[in-house]
Design a protein around this ligand. Structure first.
Ligand code: NAD
Length: 295
């Protein structure tokens, strides 16, 4: 079997199109224009690209984009004061502080300072608790995007065995909670897990979120399984002297066994920004006392 490639770029573009329609409707019918504030500390080149891309996508969806750039030397107190101001600003429905922040600032304190209802990254412990309890909250974007891709490929996930590799707060744990809420049977594997290849061979869905290039080999994948590769790793290509992006899955071999597989790039990556915009629309609706849209 040769896998069907899951086109994350197209699925994300369709989601963004639906979000833009919903934003237009909110403006027309309720006079609400969702606003997303992104705070960047320092000059990290990759973070600057991410922040710029988020700003462009926000405006393309018809929402308001607020951008705050603070110097590398900003104190934690000053950053928290900026977050407080955004917590209190009614035009701002979602707040995202781009990570990593410089070492003298506690990432966890920043996360906990953002109002949970504006926490569009979904990392606040209140939102993690809501997700674990199966009640509405704001869900981390990459996990949400990964599960949307799995559902689009397989339909209902009920009763399927999902093996997630990686247990970070950012990806692995929220993916596990989302899949449990879809009634999948979930195995959450990590660096101390024994017999990972054998475990993966029993999976109907493999979600790889490790950060080790091409760690998941082709023969770990059961015939017909869905493989969602969250990893983004830059590796050297000695022949050309350049670098290229690869995932956590050995794509060329895995696609010979899988039923569905995401490429890197062009799989989970584009879903992350789309789900950030989706969270911002949910946050705006809830703050305006409106029901969640169907997105
Ligand atoms: P992390 O480093 O916080 O967590 C990695 C996890 O992998 C840990 O739980 C660890 O236990 C597990 N692990 C490490 N070595 C292992 C091994 N040998 N066997 C099994 N498990 C092992 O990373 P993260 O933030 O969760 O990100 C994971 C990957 O996803 C990275 O490549 C990152 O770049 C990527 N990522 C992509 C997006 C996106 O938008 N597509 C977003 C976030 C993260």
């Amino acid at each position: 079997m040769v896998a069907k490639i899951i086109d994350g770029k197209k699925i994300a573009a369709d989601l963004r199109h639906n979000i833009a329609s919903e934003v237009a409707r909110l403006g027309r019918e309720h006079g609400v224009q969702p606003g997303l504030a992104v705070v960047l500390v320092g000059e990290d080149a990759a973070s600057q690209v991410y922040v710029r891309n988020k700003g462009v996508a926000t405006k393309e969806a018809g929402m308001v984009s607020f951008e705050y750039r603070l110097p590398e030397t900003v104190t934690e107190a000053e950053l928290l004061a900026q977050v407080t101001q955004l917590n209190e600003d009614p035009a701002v429905h979602g707040i995202l502080v781009q990570f990593p922040v410089p070492g003298h600032i506690s990432q966890q304190r920043v996360i906990e300072h953002i109002h949970p209802d504006k926490d569009v990254d979904g990392l606040h412990p209140i939102n993690a608790g809501r997700l674990a309890s199966g009640i509405p909250g704001l869900v981390p974007c990459t996990p949400m995007g990964s599960v949307i891709l799995a559902k689009q490929s397989l339909g209902k996930l009920e009763g399927l065995h999902a093996v997630i590799i990686g247990r970070s707060n950012l990806v692995g744990k929220p993916v596990a909670q989302l899949l449990l809420n879809e009634n999948a049977t979930v195995t959450l594997a990590h660096s101390r897990t024994r017999n990972l290849p054998e475990l993966c061979k029993t999976a109907d869905i493999i979600i790889a979120a490790v950060g080790i290039p091409e760690m998941v080999k082709g023969d770990w994948v059961k015939q017909g399984a869905a493989v969602i590769d969250v990893g983004i790793n830059r590796v050297d290509v000695p022949e050309t002297g350049k670098t290229r992006l690869v995932g956590d899955v050995a794509f060329d071999d895995a696609k010979e066994n899988a039923g569905y597989i995401t490429p890197v790039p062009g799989g989970v990556g584009p879903m992350t920004i789309a789900c950030l915009l989706r969270n911002t629309v949910f946050a705006a609706c809830r703050q305006a006392g409106l029901p969640d849209p169907i997105l």
